[in-house]
Structures are given as C-alpha cells and as structure tokens.
Design a protein around this ligand. Structure first.
Ligand code: ADP
Ligand code: PEP
Ligand code: MN
Length: 535
C-alpha cells in the first residue's frame, strides 16, 4: 500500500491516511457506532448503505468557479451577460484563500485518499486523486470512477487532485466576492478542484466531467453528456444525450444491450468510451418491475443518497420525496449484468439520441433529424430541468441547456457541436430528438413507449416507418412503430383540443428562435437558423 504524504499538498499533521479502502472497510467505516449527521450511514434492507447529504441534495452551479489565469483566460467559456453560464471567474488570490480553507479543514484529521481514473482510454485518461474526510465520500468516488489495478497503483501519479472540504464554509465569502459559503472551484492550470460546504455526491463526479469537457475537445476529442450502449455483439453503438432526469441512465440500462456507461463519454478515432467506472441513478419512485436492472444494482457496495430508510428495519421507501426528489444510488458498473467488458468502450456511434423532457407537451415523442436540425437542436439543448438536481429547482422548468449539459461545458458550445458533428459525419450517424417528458394528456410519456421508440431506432425500424411532418418545427415523425402506442406519435393527437397544441407550439417555437439569437453573431450560426422552428 502506497504511503501517501499529504504534506506535499499543504495538508499537515494528518493522523492517518486510509488509502484506497476496500468495500468491506468502507462499510465498517460508514456504519461504525458514534457517527452522526451526514457522516452516518444506515444499512438498508437491500444491503446498500444510505446516507443523507443535508440541504445540498443537488449541484450548486451558481457557486461554481474557474480560476482565471493565463491559460484559462482565452480558452474557458466565461459567464457573460450576453450568454450567461456557470463558468464564474475566480481570481488567483481568491483561489489561494479557498484552497487554504480546504487545507485547514483537512489538516490534523484521519483522511481517506482514493486514486482512480477518469476516462477509459489509456492515452487520454486522467489519473485523479480524491482527498476526503468522510468515509462515504471515499465510497462514492470508488463507485463512480475507474478503479485502478494493483499494478496501476504502483506508479500512480495523479494528474488532478480534488480536495473535498464539505464540512468547511467560506465564512468571508462576501469579502472574497463570492456568492455564498459554498464554493466549487477549479484550477485548470494547477489541475485541482476544491469543494467547500456541499455534501452532494454528484458534485465530485460532475466536477471531473467538467474537466474532461475542458481538456478533451482541445485535443480534438468529443466530450459528451450522454449515456451509451451497444448491441450484444458490441458492434452498434447508440448514445443518449440529455440533461439530468431526462432518461440517460434509465434508457441506456437495457437487458437487450450492453451498457458502456450512463452519463459521460468521449468519442475519439477508436470510438466511444466511458469516463466513469460506475453509475449514478435516480431512484425516486423506483419500481422493481419497471426497472429491474437498476433495482438489482442496489445491493451491498452500492451507496444510496437521501433515500428514506427505517433505521431499525432498514426498510426503504423509494416513493418518499420528503428529503429531495433527487434521491440517488451510485454503484460500480459491474452491478449491471449486461455491460461491455473489460473496458467500457464501443465503436463509433451510429444512433445519436437527444433526450428532451419537454414540460410544455409540444415535442413529438420521436423526431428524425436531418443534419442541419441535428446541429440546431444540439446547440439549443431544449429540455426541462427536473426537480431537485440543482439547488432552487422544485418543479420541471423549461430551459435551453446547450449541448444538453450547459452546466458542465468549459468551452463555447459550438466547440462541442463541431467535435460531435465531425465524428457523426465520419461514422454516418443519424440523430433523433426523443421527448421523454410530457404530452397533451398532462402525464409523462411512459417508459414503455419510450423504450419502444429507442428499440425502433436501434433496429432501424424508425427509418422504415411511414412518416408525417409536424408544423412550425418541420419535424419528420414516424406514424407507427412496433411496440409503441400509435396515438402518441403525433403530439396533437394527445390534446382534447388540438388548437391547444398549436398555441403551445407557437410559444415554444418563439422561445427557440429567441434563444438561438446568441449563436447568430457569425455566419455558421446564421446559416443554422433555417433549420430551426418557423412561425
Ligand atoms: N419516458 C421516460 N423515459 C425515461 N425516463 C422516464 C420516463 N418517464 C419517467 N421517467 C423517469 O425519469 C427519470 C429519468 O432519470 P435518469 O434516467 O436517471 O436520467 P438521467 O440519467 O438523464 O439523469 C427516472 O426516474 C425515470 O423513472
Ligand atoms: C449527477 C448529475 O447528473 P445526471 O442527473 O445527469 O445523472 C447531476 O446533474 O447532478
Ligand atoms: Mn444519470
């Protein structure tokens, strides 16, 4: 076992370093008597431990900062009034101060250090080191990232270091010009992340995703907020872009196919590869029969967050959203039976699906996009933010989240579109816009119908089906698909009064047009306007 000297990071008087703990040790640590508050884990009836994360049960994008220095200044896509985003600049002085807060918090403690990889491709992966003081945080990152072999640990040299000081607060935040006591800060030059005053597990995984989103496109590799799977022979890759809660994890976990990964992928000359070594599924109202694979993954070594559990009996209540709607489970990817092994990798994408949870009930459940529409709808990233994954979001809130993951983009959205389109053109991939949200019935489109649609896309049936064209958007939609209720395929049919669809469609078309103006300051952007909705 490596002897990690943390004084190299300015973390002093460390009592003990627990290095890459085993799952057995983590279980003991999380459930040991005497733990209180958010450190305490409760063993559930399914064997997985459940923890609570306090008031931070979703990400804090408003408290996300990137250090502005010579390297980042001209590369990072900064927050501006013209195009607001979550890349808030932080000065090098403030960075020094918040890093000092983290170092102080972690000094003098018994700490956990977890080394892992982000990125399944050896040439472009990042060796990452998490330094945390809470056992379940070590467990979370062990689940989520690629677990190194003993051999790989021997000469492990981190490319990126994460200091999780969730117990600390930025008390002098006003003086520092920050927004609150919470701070999630990145330094792309020193390659470090500091987390202060939030316990949400997702902050650690999405932080590294943001960094892959910075480094990879600069090397000409597509970096994507998507899940991915292949057929059982590992030959035909399908990727599913989508903002949180739109169905990436649910739909990519499919017993008829092999899972590559549920959330973050790269696409290079060799194909599509996962960044992670685990999955992070939403479990609100999780139904054993509807989602048997995700349910089955909830066993010992999986880690539940914010799920209601009876402390005496371990009984779980997946329907309870009293803590948050963003209840979660993280598990190592091998908890799912049908996965690509040993490396989470597949050939170049053939089918590219944009998942959108449309809260307005306007978008068809599936539209076949042409090449120009693909660019337009990817840059637009229209969907709804679902309750819980970001602080302050309590109901489905329509949003345009560029590339279906704006909160994680470190470069301008057009860079991600360029890299994706380059790869799609090379492999001849086709794109589809799939609405996993609402329609005129006022209810969400069923998982069963959406799964039928996905299967029809993957089998090629969607391209052979009879079609019609939907007004305002010029979406080409199939009118019948095997296993899908034909009454939902034209969204107008789901309205008691089709004129209601018309009014909502016009309103949504206007929102698209208005949103797209931010891309119209150059010729390429202007040329795409024709592919968008028209009134
Ligand atoms: N038609 C649908 N397609 C996909 N998911 C749906 C659908 N209807 C409801 N859901 C629910 O929406 C949530 C999707 O979450 P998830 O798959 O974790 O999204 P993501 O991985 O994109 O964050 C799940 O709770 C799922 O049960
Ligand atoms: C973990 C997250 O991702 P997703 O919901 O896309 O799985 C998140 O958005 O906090
Ligand atoms: Mn997911």
């Amino acid at each position: 076992m490596a002897n990690i000297d943390l004084s190299q990071y300015g973390i002093e008087n460390v009592k003990e370093v627990v290095y890459n703990p085993s799952y057995e040790l983590l279980f003991e640590e999380e459930t040991k008597p005497g733990l209180t508050g958010f450190e305490k884990g409760v063993e559930s009836e399914l064997g997985a431990v459940d923890v609570k994360t306090g008031i931070f049960t979703g990400r804090s994008p408003k408290d996300k900062y990137i250090v502005k220095d010579a390297q980042s200044e001209n590369t990072v896509w900064w927050n501006t009034p013209e195009y607001p985003n979550d890349n808030h600049p932080m000065s090098e002085e403030t960075w020094a101060t918040v890093k000092e807060i983290a170092k102080k918090e972690l000094s003098g403690k018994r700490l956990f250090v977890v080394d892992g990889f982000c990125g399944a491709n050896k040439d472009t992966r990042m060796a990452i080191r998490f330094i945390v003081e809470v056992a379940w945080q070590a467990h979370f990152v062990k689940n989520m990232f690629i677990r190194p072999t003993e051999e790989e640990l021997k000469d492990f040299k981190p490319d990126f270091v994460i200091y999780n000081a969730s117990k600390a607060k930025v008390e002098n935040y006003k003086e520092l010009g920050l927004r609150s006591e919470t701070c999630v800060a990145f330094n792309v030059t020193s390659r470090e992340q500091v987390i202060i005053n939030t316990w949400y597990g997702g902050e650690m995984k999405k932080g590294m995703f943001s960094m892959m989103n910075y480094y990879l496109p600069l090397k000409g590799i597509a970096s994507m907020h998507c899940s991915a799977n292949t057929d059982l022979n590992g030959e035909h890759t399908c990727i599913f872009f989508g903002l949180s809660g739109t169905g990436k994890t649910t739909l990519s976990t499919d017993p008829k196919r092999l899972l590559i990964g549920d959330d973050e992928h790269g696409w290079d000359d060799n194909g599509v590869f996962n960044f992670e070594g685990g999955c992070y599924a939403k479990v609100i109202n999780l139904d054993k029969d509807a989602e048997p694979d995700i349910y089955g993954a909830i066993k010992r070594d999986a880690l539940l967050e914010n799920v209601t559990v009876d402390e005496k009996t371990g009984k779980l209540d997946f329907a309870d959203k009293s803590v948050t709607e963003n209840t979660r489970v993280s598990y190592p990817i091998y908890h799912i039976e049908k996965i690509v092994k040993p490396i989470s990798h597949g050939p170049a994408g053939e089918n590219v699906i944009f998942l959108s949870a449309d809260a307005f009930g306007v978008l068809p459940p599936v539209s076949i996009l042409n090449a120009e529409q693909t660019k337009y709808y990817f840059l637009s990233g229209f969907t709804a933010k679902l309750a819980g994954t970001e602080r302050g979001i309590t109901e489905p809130t329509p949003t345009f989240s560029a590339c279906f993951g704006q909160a994680f983009l470190e470069l301008h959205p057009t860079k991600y579109a360029e890299e994706l389109v380059k790869r799609m053109e090379k492999s001849g991939a086709k794109a589809y816009l799939v609405n996993t949200g609402w329609n005129g019935t006022g209810k969400r489109i069923s998982i069963k119908d959406t799964r039928g649609i996905i299967t029809a896309i993957q089998s090629g049936a969607a391209l052979k089906a009879p079609t019609k064209t939907i007004p305002y958007f010029d979406f080409v939609v199939p009118t019948e698909l095997p296993g899908v209720d034909p009454a939902i395929l034209d969204p107008r049919d789901t309205y008691a009064n089709p004129a209601d669809w018309d009014a909502k469609a016009k309103d949504l078309a206007e929102r698209f047009i208005k949103n797209f103006h931010k891309y119209e300051n150059n010729e390429a952007g202007k040329a795409l306007v024709a592919a968008g909705p028209k009134l």
